[in-house]
Design a protein around this ligand. Structure first.
Ligand SMILES: [Zn+2]
Length: 152
């Protein structure tokens, strides 16, 4: 089941990000044939870059690897609902399908908040599938923030 496998790869990136002391979110870009083109986790702290979200890094890496500016017919798997910035990048990259795990009531921009893909100015709307392995993604985030709080 490639579906589960690709989200598992995104979860692995999220776990790795957490070990780097980054918010544990991971993303992978998958080609129309089902090959993983790029995988990334959050690196905002490491890179001192507020735009270094997992989705942004995965999209950049996939475009660089393929030498293209758009990822037509490619799919993106990400463990957390994309924020408005990433949702806009997903649209600009012409991602075909977006699969995400946990909902993000605080910062999400797909099913809540800015609802980027529902906006009249959105030129490309991916097919969206939410709640994929959501419990695992949520558990990772909860564990991370619990640890952060206990750290003081
Ligand atoms: Zn984002």
């Amino acid at each position: 089941m490639t579906f589960a496998t690709h989200m598992e790869a995104a979860l692995a990136e999220a776990r790795t990000a957490g070990r780097r002391d980054e918010v544990p979110v991971g993303a992978v870009v998958v080609s129309p044939r089902g090959a993983v083109i790029a995988a990334a986790g959050n690196r905002t702290r490491e890179l001192n870059d507020p735009t270094a979200h997992a989705e942004m890094l995965a999209i950049r890496a996939a475009c660089a690897a393929l030498g293209v500016e758009r990822l037509v017919d490619h799919d993106l798997y990400v463990t957390l609902e994309p924020c408005p910035m990433c949702a806009a990048a997903i649209s600009a990259a012409r991602i075909r399908r977006l699969y995400y795990g946990a909902a993000d009531p605080k910062s999400g921009g797909v099913a809540q908040g800015a609802r980027v893909f529902s906006h009249p100015q959105c030129h490309h709307r991916p097919e969206v599938y939410d709640g994929i392995a959501a419990e695992e993604a949520e558990a990772l985030l909860r564990g991370f923030f619990r640890y952060k709080r206990s750290e003081g």
